[in-house]
Design a protein around this ligand. Structure first.
Ligand code: NAD
Length: 297
């Protein structure tokens, strides 16, 4: 029987466990706080930020909501980040990407204090992750590690294929999988848009992580029997539904589930885990900045 990995349930258990750490901080008079900075009027970005704000409120993290006019000068964003860096009441800073074209997104990531960089995208935090000394693991790959663990799948010695090499999913995922650490120790291949024979790679893999942003590009015929299949993709495609579209992943769920040992659905798989791990990093940031040891899940 193929196991359908329920991201909502695993994310809920992460949030339940985080409550203990949040209580431990409260005992010392500390409430973790996350500042979200939105410099965009893209409806999807607005939705992402408001979901993150709601998630914080639900677990007792203070959410500070900052919006900057997308037409404003880039300096307004840098000044805001400087103020948040200096503010002792702010533990985590998240600038919702993408920022407008006139703002250099790499400079934005570098401007955030690495101790408050709960996305884990600052070059210092990327370097620490690669070196096996992560401060904050990026939320999506970290959530995937937790999901794989929840399925009782041991990554050690397994052949893993990551499809996609972005800085936010593919590369950090591959880096976590090769670390000499729990959730790592996998023999890891990274495939991307120039990979010549993707099916040959995925067809050999015990674990496939699909993060290409191409609707249903991986089907059952490209998978090995019993593989663990993690679908990161979120693609809106035309469909015969009320609003004329639906969300699909990078994996053709129907054919893949006939072959896979375990598989994530879209929606309800990786997405909720990404959100839960942002809360995790924010609590970890508060604990680090106040020098209070807490029990993190
Ligand atoms: P991206 O566009 O930055 O990167 C996509 C990667 O896929 C690239 O490295 C590219 O080389 C590779 N790729 C593209 N076409 C390919 C092909 N035909 N064969 C093999 N590789 C190919 O995307 P991203 O930010 O990494 O996101 C990937 C997907 O995951 C998107 O659908 C995005 O919406 C989704 N996503 C979901 C979550 C979540 O929490 N569920 C989080 C982040 C991203």
């Amino acid at each position: 029987m193929t196991e359908i990995l329920d991201g909502n349930a695993v994310a809920q258990s992460v949030r339940d466990d985080l409550a203990t750490a949040i209580d431990q901080l409260a005992d010392e008079g500390v409430q973790p706080s996350l500042a979200t900075v939105l410099m965009s009027d893209d409806p999807a970005s607005e939705t992402y930020v408001s979901m993150k704000q709601d998630d914080c409120a639900e677990v007792g993290i203070e959410a500070i909501d900052i919006e900057i006019d997308p037409e404003a000068d880039a300096d307004e964003l840098y000044d805001t980040i400087d103020d948040l860096n200096a503010d002792g009441n702010v533990n985590g800073i998240l600038v919702q990407m993408p920022v407008p074209d006139h703002v250099d997104d790499r400079a934005v990531l570098r401007a955030i204090d690495p101790e408050k960089d709960v996305d884990g995208f600052h070059p210092e935090n990327v370097g620490r992750l690669v070196a096996g000394d992560a401060r904050y693991k990026p939320c999506t790959p970290h959530g995937i590690q937790k999901l794989i663990e929840s399925a009782g799948v041991d990554t050690e010695g397994k052949d893993a294929v990551v499809v996609g090499r972005s800085d936010i999913v593919g590369k950090p995922m591959a880096n976590l999988l090769v670390q000499k650490a729990p959730g790592g120790n996998a023999t890891t291949t990274v495939c991307h848009s120039r990979t010549e024979d993707l099916a040959a790679k995925t067809g050999e893999a015990d674990i496939v992580i699909a993060a290409a942003g191409v609707p249903e590009m991986i089907d059952g015929e490209m998978l090995k029997e019993g593989a663990t299949v993690i679908d990161v993709g979120i693609n809106r495609v035309d469909a015969d539904t009320e609003n004329g579209s639906e969300l699909v992943g990078d994996v053709d769920f129907e054919s893949a589930k006939e072959v896979a040992g375990a598989i994530t659905p879209v929606p309800g798989g990786v997405g909720p885990m990404t959100r839960a791990m942002l809360l995790y990093n924010t609590v970890k940031a508060a604990s680090r900045q106040h020098g209070i040891d807490v029990d993190l899940p």
